[in-house]
Design a protein around this ligand. Sequence first.
Ligand SMILES: C[S@@+](CC[C@H](N)C(=O)[O-])C[C@H]1O[C@@H](n2cnc3c(N)ncnc32)[C@H](O)[C@@H]1O
Length: 178
Amino acid sequence: MVGAATPTSAAVAATVAQVVPSTGSPVVVELGPGTGSLSDGIHARLPAGARHLGIELGADMVAHLREHKPWLEVVHGDAGDLVSVLAEHRIDRVDAVVSSIPWSLLDDEAQGHILEQAAEVLAPNGAFTALTYVPAERTRNARRFRERLHETFDEVLTHTTWRNFPPILHYICRRPLV
Ligand SMILES: C[S@@+](CC[C@H](N)C(=O)[O-])C[C@H]1O[C@@H](n2cnc3c(N)ncnc32)[C@H](O)[C@@H]1O
């Protein structure tokens, strides 16, 4: 479920935070915030009046986040329920979806289901980001995920952060095609 041996590094967090708007009143949703290693960088960049939700499946992670990151709206739930979670929180558009769930371990159906919802909730200028491990990129599920990103978004950019073990591949996607 976690799909990681260690939390991601500060270098990864710094790259991820760049997709988050620093002005206005943006809404940012993190899928799988875990212990919150990306959440701090995102929080530091967000303006007052922003909303920052984290949807996390692991009960122990949820308890940790609620104790240590009081500014994060933590939802104990499944990223696969993104649309209904946002409706419950009266959110109708999202400026950035930051996902670090273990995409390459998800089966085809689960990947598609979560990705469709992320594309559906994004604002027109919104960004979807996903993190995967470079060494996992050759697996079938990772290849399928990459293809699916290209089927779902008009723009798919990549960036590698080598200062992480293992190195991280970032996908930064905009303009959903659906
Ligand atoms: C690799 S960890 C990433 C944690 C942290 N964001 C980081 O980058 O260090 C993946 C996290 O996603 C959570 N997760 C896995 N599947 C999920 C799902 N379907 N919905 C919500 N969270 C999920 C796991 O419980 C875990 O906390």
